[in-house]
Design a protein around this ligand. Sequence first.
Ligand code: BG6
Length: 333
Amino acid sequence: MSASASSTAGDEKQEAAPVTHCKGVNDLDKVVLREVRGSSAEVYLYGGHVTSWKDEHGDELLFVSNKAIFKSPKAIRGGIPICFPQFSNFGNLEQHGFARNRIWAIDTDPPAFPVPTSNTAYVDLILKPAEEDLKIWPHSFEYRLRVALSPGGDLMLTSRIRNTNADGKAFSFTFAYHTYFKVSDISEVRVEGLETLDYLDNLQDRARFTEQGDAIVFESELDRIYLGTPSKIAIIDHEKKRTFVVRKGGLPDAVVWNPWDKKAKAMSDFGDDEYKRMVCVEAAAIEKPVTLKPGEEWTGKLELSAVPSSYYSGQLDPDRVIQDSIVPEDSIS
Ligand code: BG6
């Protein structure tokens, strides 16, 4: 097996392997991560795309459309598409860039990369540009993605993007983890942590506004890029009494999106009523594109937890900040 993984040291009773490779929809390769207490995650090599994250009871936490098309060039509708090297239409590339519809490889020899605890199941993927990609985006890069499941069932994605241009040229990109959270009823959902911030409204030619509400609630289509956001955002599902906590590093912006009924009907890979059961909160770097010189590496981190809402009142170590940075070539081990 080529995926990196560690399991419960010395635990003979462990039943399922923490990392397995198998086939998913349309015979596409996928990797399943399992944690000893029962939580799991699935990652498709198509798109480097997380399509499932389940808690210890087997409850699915991510939304994937019943009409999702698991076939190139369509990105899988739901889960966590990777938007790179372009978010939306901020540039000349296809919408949300090409990483989400390329076949990634298992990274058999990832460079040194600390694992938070020895019980974490993880897989390392890598994407390098193919010749066709270089024609539309003439930059050489190595994009390493680690998807990890902690013993407590938290899902952690770490992206490390490195400029490997041999021509001495820097490149810039925009980025998002386009996470689709599964919710019981969108009208019962609040997003907290973005109040008083400025946002660009995608429904009004990206005009800039300041958030006035004490939380974001959903009553119609919403498509906004919040700017300069804190490292922690909460998505509170009142009906389910569950809170998703999003922690992020290296990703100053946050997109909040729900297509509502009209746009839902216009999407061929999305059910007419499915907008009621999802919300996208996307950790992103959009307003200020990331620029990397040759040899430099950028890290963007996402950590997702799902907790009973009664546990959440901001006490989840609010000061914990995920470090983010661009690391110059000479300090990368
Ligand atoms: C969001 C954008 O990130 O993605 C929306 O803010 C867009 O404008 C949505 O509609 C879905 O994009 P796509 O390309 O996956 O249909």
